[in-house]
Design a binder for this molecule. Sequence first.
Ligand code: 5AD
Ligand code: SF4
Length: 355
Amino acid sequence: MSISDKIDNLLIKAEIGRNLTRTDIIALLKAPGDYSTDIFDVADRVRRQQMGNEIFLRGIIEFSNYCERNCLYCGLRKSNSSLSRYRMTEDEIIATAKQIKKTGVPTVVLQSGEDSFFSTDRICRLIEQIKNETGLVITLSVGERSASDFQSFQQAGANRYLLKHETASPELYKYIRPGCHLDKRMQCLRSLKHLGFETGTGNMVGLPGQTMEILADDLIFMKQLDADMLGIGPFIAHPDTPFAGIDNDDIELTLRVVAVARLLTRNTNIPATTALATLHPQGRLLALQAGANVVMPDFTPEIYKSRYDIYPGKTDTNPAEETIEKLKSDIQSIGRTINFSVGNRQIRPYQGITH
Ligand code: 5AD
Ligand code: SF4
């Protein structure tokens, strides 16, 4: 069979929902460049069939850029002494949540580095206050915590949790996140699923040392976990990290991973990540046409926004309201609309990971 027949068959198989093997996934990722359009088109059709034409919004508040970890790729790493650190006050966080509510965005993502100043109690208090005063659906993204902390967050009213696995290769993971272990990360994710959180995971594409086989394992992990949300973004080198100068301008491969994630996981919520929008002016729209169905406007107040400097160029200097207005007109041009409702994933009982 020619390569072209092989890829065509794989795409037919994927579109009708037959399971893709690891070999199939690798073949899709490695297929020559001129197959990208076909792969994106099939993922776009599966997205439409599974999730409809509407785009869901999540408002992010990056409430602390302190981090106790030293990930080699990230501008918030503890050793980056050139970063000016901030913590938003409870009042500031709540005022920002109210602004999200006012804009009509129904869910808030509270994101920070791994900052133990924000203890479990402090975070629970925040969740309760936001819940009482706004009724927003609350997503936390505050790194690894114990299962009992996760349970406390849930009891306080958190509904969702984002914890990207970053890479499914244990060796690469250990290298890029010194002192951390992939097993522990995966255990956190399983705890979250068992507790009934809508759970998000995801990876970076274009990391030094990453192979197509590792990317296939990322995708298989997302599927096996039965993750509800998938954040897939390109790695972007930050000048104040050990990965400075390792350029990655491969938006195409990231879009392929987004597309294959849609083909494999069917009805998950997949954001068009800010990192994709940073790497390419059309990055967000391209992702929305390659399987993605969510956008996460950044509501972090202007005075802090530029200091949440995970990777260069990240800051969307426009207020989130303007981003939403711009998005409205952009997505009209591709036949889509914004849905201002919560956009839960259809929940099925978690069966655990089977090997
Ligand atoms: N490039 C792209 N994404 C990054 N992240 C951190 N550093 C980078 C980078 N240099 C992402 C990680 C992490 C989140 C905080 O930001 O995936 O989960
Ligand atoms: Fe901290 Fe997360 Fe950045 Fe690692 S990736 S340094 S844990 S903010």
